[in-house]
Design a protein around this ligand. Structure first.
Ligand code: CA
Length: 365
């Protein structure tokens, strides 16, 4: 549950946004908000109310309803309730639902640049991704990438650094990746494929069974808070870190363009402000919950936490450079996104070396 101060703060943001934004009184009928009510549906790629990922769209819906005084309501559907997880993009593109919540890298088959808006192996962390999107030109590129599909994307929360995943095979060297069948979507999957593994994409809700029945040897999902909820410790032996493949997985809200344009300016501002608030809130929640969940996995369930060997990490990083170069070479928009993100990463890494990284080292006794 969220505390009251947080809600109040958000409501004030909405009031300010509605009052100051866009065209002013003339556009909103002499300053009086339209009484027209809008009823939206939001389809998601997560199980209904799934911790963090699935509760974020619910928080968004609650916020929007309160901020708009009930003029805009959003009904949230879990994966499979209205459309299957991996049909969320098409459903919102076609207007079956006005909104969706998921992750851009699920749509890499349609948009080669899409994974750059979720996570790039060895790429930006959550803090840096937010900086690139909101103050470094990233969001403009994301909007450009989704425009042909009639969709407007918004940052939809970040999990922070993920875990490398759950393995039933020990990873002692690069050779242990040979023939490994692993669920790992996005660019991470392409990277391990370069090293001889077989990458598959399976929705979260099917992963436990896939591991239990040995359909896959390994799976990444998110991090301790979410992984504990799915019970992967019951079906996997080793829990590896770091999450090289998703250093800060950014989720997305997608909005059908016509549906958004039908909203008056104040409700549009409310959608934007609520998305931005939920985006930050998700990271806050993961930051607070992951440490306790990891402790429970280790102390209560005896999970073996292991670090990927340095030579495996080095091989993954080299393979990542190849994968990124190939994607950029094959698609002009992907190249522009890659160039923008890489330039941002170089600058931010240089500064974070003497700020975030230095402080992490300094505060450890
Ligand atoms: Ca993941």
């Amino acid at each position: 549950m969220h505390n009251k101060t947080w809600w109040l703060g958000l409501t004030m943001v909405a009031v300010l946004a509605a009052g100051c934004g866009g065209g002013g009184p003339s556009e909103s009928g002499g300053g009086v908000a339209s009484a027209e009510k809008f009823r939206w549906k939001m389809v998601t790629t997560w199980p209904k109310n799934y911790p963090g990922l699935g509760t974020a769209p619910e928080t968004f819906a609650h916020l929007v309803e309160r901020m708009s005084g009930g003029r805009l309501t959003v009904r949230v559907y879990g994966a499979g309730q209205l459309v299957p997880a991996f049909e969320v993009f098409d459903a919102v593109s076609q207007g079956t639902a006005e909104m969706g919540h998921g992750a851009a890298y699920y749509w890499k088959g349609k948009i080669p640049a899409a994974p750059f808006f979720t996570a790039v192996p060895f790429g930006l962390n959550a803090q840096e991704m937010n900086g690139w999107l909101h103050h470094g030109g990233g969001l403009e590129l994301w909007r450009e990438a989704y425009a042909p599909f009639n969709l407007i994307p918004f940052a939809g929360g970040s999990t922070g650094v993920q875990m490398a995943g759950w393995f039933n095979r020990e990873i002692r060297s690069v050779a242990d990746l040979q023939g490994l069948k692993m669920r790992i979507p996005g660019l991470g999957g392409e990277v391990i494929a370069k090293l001889g593994a077989q990458a598959v994409t399976i929705p979260g809700s099917e992963l436990y069974t896939a591991m239990q029945t040995n359909v896959i040897d390994a799976t990444e999902w998110v991090g301790p808070y979410n992984d504990l909820a799915f019970g992967f410790h019951q079906v996997a032996k080793y829990y590896y870190y770091p999450g090289w493949h998703e250093p800060g997985a950014m989720l997305e809200f997608i909005v059908n363009k016509q549906a958004f344009e039908r909203l008056p300016a104040d409700l549009q501002a409310i959608v934007e402000a609520a998305a931005r608030a939920v985006n930050q809130d998700m990271l806050d929640e993961y930051t607070a919950r992951n440490p306790d969940a990891l402790r429970e996995l280790v102390e209560k369930h005896g999970v073996e936490v292991r670090e990927l060997p340095r030579d495996v990490i080095d091989a993954l990083r080299a393979a990542t450079d190849e994968v990124l170069a190939e994607i950029a070479a094959a698609d002009p928009l992907a190249k522009r996104v890659y160039d923008s993100q890489r330039a941002f990463k170089e600058r931010v890494m240089e500064y974070h070396r003497i700020s975030e990284e230095a402080m992490y080292r300094a505060r450890r006794p």
